[in-house]
Design a protein around this ligand. Structure first.
Ligand code: ASP
Length: 346
């Protein structure tokens, strides 16, 4: 009898376990999947085609993109903030002559550099930006200081440089940013503008210059951040400022929706308020990040006449990279440490 009761209890236990499995199978997620953290970067959008790129050049870009994104990834993995990850990742790209930001910034009409940068905190909606600086080694560090150490959002030119010095940021001579290649690019653009009587808005001229850098990140605390840094456009003049330092156009972050960094034909990104538009479509129209980014980059921006791309992360760590040019330097890393690097359309 005892043996029979024992057998009965074992069978009952197995049956109850099985039915529990059915009610709550382990492989079904009740919540949509949420990444603990993630990071995405860009190194500019434009005419980036495989046939124009040597194997060596491609490797150089790949290595620098990987080096940069791993800096931010490590900060996030160790529990650091998305703001620090964005800032430090961008400084790696700024220090490389490969990209149109910091060291690699393109030349203005007068043959000098004028840098624009911005950063935004998705938790507080605080932001910092600097425009037209000529001697600040890492403009993204200045943008961060403007956000953290000043009562303002945007500082420009000489005033921004005075502030940078007072904050102890690295200041360099203008020849730090100079390369023969950039001088040649300026001469080429000037010549082609003259020959074709082309305006600043000539599509071929604009599309031959790319390399702005940007980063968006989600940290383990659920905070989003975005940052962008650029030398603007070759041959720019009259103190021209692009979208990169403009909050809502080149950079936007809001914990309620997403973090975005833009690259492309700045005048159109300003007019389309591209970065904020993506966030607004999510907030007011309940679109997913992908839907919102596609609508803005593949429809609204080209309808205005503009081209370029964005990188973005939503509050759940979903990443998207949308562009309407032939390529965009880009990379992502998720919380599993999986790395993706892309340059061309496919
Ligand atoms: N958006 C930048 C600007 O217009 C340039 C770029 O991203 O290539 O200043």
């Amino acid at each position: 009898m005892k043996k029979f009761i024992h057998l009965f209890l074992v069978v009952a236990l197995i049956v109850s376990c099985k039915s529990e499995e059915k009610v709550n199978p382990k492989n079904v997620q009740n919540e949509p999947q949420k990444a603990e953290f993630s990071i995405v970067i860009h190194g500019g959008a434009g005419t980036i085609k495989k046939e124009h790129m040597t194997r060596e050049k491609e490797m150089e870009y790949r290595q620098k993109l990987e080096e940069a994104i791993r800096v931010g990834y490590t900060i996030l993995k160790n529990g650091g903030t998305s703001l620090d990850a964005v800032q430090k990742t961008i400084t790696v790209l700024e220090d490389s002559p490969l990209f149109n930001a910091g060291r690699g910034a393109v030349l203005t009409y007068d043959g000098i550099n004028e840098h624009d940068a911005s950063i935004m905190d998705g938790k507080t909606l605080n932001a910092g930006a600097s425009t037209g600086t000529r001697t600040v080694k890492n403009p993204i560090n200045l943008a961060r200081k403007v956000m953290d150490e000043s009562p303002h959002v945007m500082l420009s030119g000489a005033g921004a440089e005075t502030f940078a010095k007072a904050q102890g940021l690295d200041i360099v001579e203008s020849d730090y940013f100079f390369t023969e290649k950039k001088k040649e690019a300026l001469e080429r653009v000037k010549a082609s503008e003259k020959n074709k009587m082309a305006s600043f808005y000539d599509i071929e001229i604009k599309d031959s210059k790319f390399g702005t850098v940007g980063c968006t990140a989600l940290d383990k605390q659920g905070n989003l951040a975005a940052g962008t840094s650029t030398g603007g456009m070759t041959n720019k003049r009259w103190g021209r400022i692009g979208d990169s330092p403009i909050i809502g156009a080149g950079t936007y972050a809001n914990n309620a929706t997403c973090a975005v960094s833009s690259t492309g034909w700045g005048e159109f990104f300003i007019r389309g308020m591209v970065a904020h538009d993506i966030s607004a479509l999510m907030a007011y129209k309940n679109m997913t990040l992908k839907e919102a980014a596609q609508l803005v980059i593949q429809k609204k921006l080209p309808n205005l006449g503009g081209n370029g791309g964005i990188i973005a992360i939503d509050k759940n760590g979903n990443m998207t990279m949308e562009f309407n040019t032939s390529g965009m330097f880009r990379a992502t890393m998720n919380d599993k440490g999986e790395l993706y690097i892309g340059m061309f359309k496919d």
